[in-house]
Design a protein around this ligand. Structure first.
Ligand code: ADP
Length: 159
């Protein structure tokens, strides 16, 4: 059975993330979306809120499950007996960052492969940060996130 993990911050999950999840779920038998809890990284949403938005966004994908991880992603992958890590690439900036991480991970555990998916052109400039910025000024983000996430963003920025 081919099992892959898709680690990330998902603060919040966007349609760009969802596209990668849907495409990878057709290739792997099981995909685990792992919300990597990095206490050093300031997030808008709590881990629980982010996980809830991931679940709501992915309800129709039956071979996709969810988890929270901590520490090094290669250690997490090994503990779950997954030997593939999925990442998305939007532009050259992502390539440099992802190359650095994938190379470090190869040193840490050569048995674990990083598998890259190129972003769909319509999502190639979409990031969780831009969604948060647009939403914070009351802009329309319905092209980028699902309705449940819009509600959560509105709640956050009302306060
Ligand atoms: P991280 O903090 O680990 O980069 P993110 O949630 O920002 O977490 O992203 C997780 C992965 O999804 C990364 O590989 C990132 O490049 C990818 N990704 C983010 N947004 C998109 C998008 N719009 N299209 C394709 N891949 C994306």
């Amino acid at each position: 059975m081919k099992k892959a993990i898709y680690p990330g911050s998902f603060d919040p999950i966007t349609k760009g993330h969802y596209d990668i999840i849907e495409r990878s779920s057709k290739i792997f038998d099981e995909v685990v979306i792992v919300l990597m809890n990095n206490p050093g990284k300031q997030a808008l949403f709590s881990v629980e809120e982010r996980l809830e938005m991931i679940k709501q966004t992915c309800t129709s994908l039956h071979n996709v499950s969810f988890d929270i991880g901590e520490g090094l992603t290669v250690h997490y992958a090994k503990s779950k007996e997954a030997n593939v890590m999925i990442r998305g690439i939007r532009a050259v900036q992502d390539y440099e960052y992802e190359l650095r991480n994938a190379t470090a991970n190869m040193w840490l555990d050569p048995k674990i492969e990083t598998c890259f998916f190129m972003a769909k052109p319509e999502y190639s400039f979409l990031s969780s940060s831009s969604v948060k910025e647009i939403a914070s000024f009351g802009g329309d983000v319905s092209k980028f996130v699902n309705p449940f996430v819009i509600e959560k963003l509105q709640e956050k920025f009302k306060k």
